[in-house]
Write a protein that binds this ligand. Structure first.
Ligand code: HEM
Length: 129
């Protein structure tokens, strides 16, 4: 049940990101939506870390440690990419136009990694016997 609630939040974060990309030309809306999406994602990771049952579920998935490690590695990379998005986004707001193509490539890569995080979360959750 708890895992389902977390995956539902994860899906909502993805939808927010899609919305943020759709409104990418409207700066104010884009920055607000992406900030909320990234903050919610970090809060979601904290919820997962602090939830005892989620950790127990993950421990069960240890029978397939490789799959769990792949999921965690992708999730961590996504959060690292958030740092680059904030850095390049702030530069753009400060008027550095040349960084735009970097922000765009990193932006679509970050979104792609976030989709992979969502997909692989289904591998990491082991159904209760
Ligand atoms: C996961 C987070 C984010 C993603 C996936 C993302 C993605 C994108 C994409 C795809 C564009 C369009 C670039 C183009 O077509 O040239 C864009 C534009 C932009 N982004 Fe982001 N972004 C993110 C976060 C941020 C943040 C945190 C900031 C600010 C601190 C920001 C500031 C901007 C600005 C200023 C633009 C240009 C808007 C304009 O056309 O005037 N972005 N972003």
């Amino acid at each position: 049940m708890e895992a389902k609630l977390m995956q539902l939040q994860s899906f909502c974060i993805l939808l927010l990101m899609v919305l943020g990309i759709i409104v990418r030309r409207r700066r104010k809306a884009h920055v607000r939506i992406m900030t909320v999406a990234m903050m919610w994602d970090v809060i979601l990771i904290l919820q997962i870390e602090l939830s005892r049952s989620a950790i127990l579920t993950a421990t069960k998935a240890l029978s397939n440690a490789l799959i769990l490690n792949i999921h965690i590695s992708i999730a961590v990379s996504t959060v690292i990419l958030y740092g680059f998005m904030i850095y390049t986004g702030k530069k753009m707001l400060a008027g550095e136009v040349r960084i735009r193509s970097k922000h765009r490539i990193l932006g679509y890569s970050t979104f792609f990694m976030r989709v992979l995080t969502f997909i692989t979360s289904f591998w990491a959750v082991v159904p209760k016997e």
